[in-house]
Design a protein around this ligand. Structure first.
Ligand SMILES: [Zn+2]
Length: 341
């Protein structure tokens, strides 16, 4: 076998092994074995000295060509393997974008909080100061200062939650009225809202805990017309532009005259339905001109100043709007109910 046959054989063998290599570490081994300092091709070059001078140049050239050929093959194979290794790694890390994602439940305000917030916005726009008032109230502010007669049934502990002899859970937000009158000088426009408590047997339409909004205004020359205008404006903003307001005489100890206020039924637009029991009206509020006794009790001259006041419960509004027929659902904290609103 001639030297060049030997070289060719070596070349074929090396190229075949490069083609079979599956990992870059195998290529490293082949590289060392053929092209390294003690590699098979390097050893071939050392044979040059033993050749006749005419053969030296051709043989050296052939070895170098083969060396470059093997190097090129290794490079190409290395790139192919690296590509495959990257593909394999990417396949392992692949994201399936069609898989359902993690579901984050986003909270929202309770339906009663949503309603209170809408009401608050309207009264802020009408110029009212929104104030907070204690839920545990004194007998004085809850009843006495509001001109309640001593024999009024609400005063009875059968009707109200007393904490001590003269402290109770407020039975209405109106309890804030006298506190504000003592603190401020007319003109006064204040509004408060929050929880109220009464001793009630709980059923679909009665609860021991409910929410009220209460507003009052005291200034020179305030009349019933101001009260009507204010409630009309509120009704239109709250229930829509076609809403009308109806006033009928009613009695509350802290107003004179007093009125029961109703608004056009928003379900039937006043035509009559089972929600408004065919009347076309829904009761909204108790209202009236602040009783002179109440003003005088807070040191406001009732000859000089007059005022109006009104208050209403808010549970009824979302009940009518969403067709909710049981008051208890509001405070049960059942997410199946709350998530619908
Ligand atoms: Zn109706």
């Amino acid at each position: 076998m001639s030297e060049s046959d030997n070289l060719e054989e070596l070349g074929r063998e090396a190229i075949a092994r490069v083609a079979d290599a599956a990992k870059s570490s195998e290529l490293d081994a082949i590289d060392t074995q053929y092209l390294g300092r003690k590699g098979a091709l390097t050893l071939q070059l050392r044979k040059i000295g033993s050749l006749v001078p005419e053969q030296r140049k051709g043989f050296g050239q052939a070895v170098n060509d083969l060396k470059e050929e093997i190097q090129a093959a290794i490079r190409a194979r290395r790139e192919a393997i690296a590509g495959g290794e990257t593909d394999a790694r990417l396949a392992g890390e692949a994201l399936d974008v069609t898989m359902p994602g993690r579901f984050y439940q986003i909270g929202r305000p309770h339906i009663l909080a949503q309603t209170l917030s809408r009401i608050k916005d309207i009264f802020i726009r009408l110029g009212y100061d929104i104030v907070e008032s204690p839920e545990v109230e004194s007998y004085h502010y809850n009843f006495e200062a509001l001109n309640y007669p001593l024999d009024h049934p609400a005063i009875d502990e059968q009707m109200s939650f007393y904490v001590t002899e003269d402290r109770l859970l407020r039975t209405h937000t109106t309890a804030y009225q006298h506190r504000q009158m003592e603190k401020r000088k007319p003109p006064i426009m204040v509004c408060t809202m929050g929880k109220c408590y009464r001793v009630e047997a709980v059923d679909a339409t009665h609860g021991h805990t409910f929410h009220q909004v209460d507003c009052f205004c005291v200034d020179h020359g305030i009349t019933m017309a101001d009260l009507k205008g204010t409630l009309y404006q509120f009704a239109v903003e709250m229930f829509g532009p076609d809403t009308n307001v109806r006033f009928r005489p009613d009695f509350f100890p802290f107003v004179e005259p007093g009125a029961e206020v109703a608004v056009t039924c928003s379900i039937c637009a006043g035509k009559g339905c089972n929600v408004c029991k065919g009347s076309g009206w829904l009761e909204l509020a108790g209202a009236g001109m602040i009783h002179p006794n109440v003003l005088e009790g807070a040191g406001i001259d009732s000859e000089e100043y007059t005022g109006f006041a009104f208050g209403f419960g808010i549970e009824r509004m979302p009940m009518v709007q969403h067709g909710i027929d049981d008051l208890r659902l509001f405070l049960d904290n059942d997410l199946r109910f709350l998530r619908q609103l």
